[in-house]
Design a protein around this ligand. Structure first.
Ligand SMILES: Nc1ncnc2c1ncn2[C@@H]1O[C@H](COP(=O)(O)OP(=O)(O)OP(=O)(O)O)[C@@H](O)[C@H]1O
Length: 240
């Protein structure tokens, strides 16, 4: 399988603080890869660098073999981005927004099918700011995939969804992978990462501290991924 994302020794600073501090990881094409880590570990910054929204201070990032900043115009139509906060759209109605984004792509998905699939039919005329949290999440996901991206970067795709909504999104992510789409997701939901991922990377303080398949990390599911995560990331207590 081709390499979809290659990050080597990435450093991204905000002022003096390194939010990403020498991170290396590879994402294989056609897989679902989860990036896990405690709050502030640097997940969003890493993903935003892959999307060309942040400039590396050092190290390199290649997405589909391209530089996200230098090759921005070539790369953007090939990737789908789901951000945590789509607030810039405030007054626009959900369906108008989806139709508009579809027009930016040469071979968009069928809007009606996508609306049915993501259960957006009842809120199509609702302005973005009045959508419920779960509806915003589903619309953001629809916007990320309507252009048939080769890679979808999904930042906490099921946060705020009810249990049925989560399962529907999980199935959609599996279907994307079956269609050959590479999915990179950040999540705090360990069950989600365990269920969906081919590969998991655990980040802490701007670095990858563990990588593997869910099966390998959980020692063939003899532990839960949550326990493994807590062992890896819990602050070490001083023993008096
Ligand atoms: N625009 C910014 N300016 C200054 N510091 C920032 C900025 N964005 C992020 N940071 C800091 O960089 C660090 C990493 O943040 P980032 O959002 O990448 O982490 P994260 O792993 O995605 O966290 P979370 O799980 O809470 O979403 C944090 O300490 C955060 O406070």
């Amino acid at each position: 399988m081709p390499v979809a994302v290659e990050i080597e020794n990435l450093v991204v600073r905000y002022g003096e603080k390194a939010a990403v501090d020498g991170l290396s990881l590879t994402v294989t094409g056609g897989t679902v890869t989860s990036v896990l880590g405690p709050n502030g570990a640097g997940k969003t910054t890493t993903v935003e660098t892959c999307e060309g929204f942040r400039r590396p201070d050092s190290g390199s990032v290649r997405v589909l073999g391209l530089d996200p900043i230098a090759d921005h115009d070539e790369l953007m139509p090939r990737i789908g981005v789901m951000l945590q906060d789509g607030g810039a759209w405030s007054g626009v109605r959900a369906l108008e927004m989806l139709r508009y984004v579809a027009t930016l792509h040469s071979h968009p998905l069928d809007i009606n099918t996508l609306v049915d699939r993501l259960d957006l039919g009842t809120c199509g005329r609702t302005p973005y700011r009045r959508l419920s949290g779960g509806q915003k999440q589903r619309l953001s996901l629809a916007l990320a995939i309507v252009g048939r991206p080769e890679i979808a970067f999904l930042d906490e795709p099921t946060t705020g969804l009810d249990p049925l909504g989560r399962r529907e999104i999980w199935q959609l992510i599996r279907d994307l992978r079956d269609d050959g789409v590479t999915v990179v997701l950040t999540t705090h939901a360990m069950d989600e990462a365990e269920q969906l991922s081919d590969q998991v990377h655990v980040m802490s303080a701007g670095k990858v501290i563990a990588s593997g398949t869910p099966d390998a990390l959980t020692e063939h599911h003899t532990k839960s991924l949550e326990d493994v995560f807590l062992e890896l990331t819990a602050p070490k207590r001083e023993i008096s």
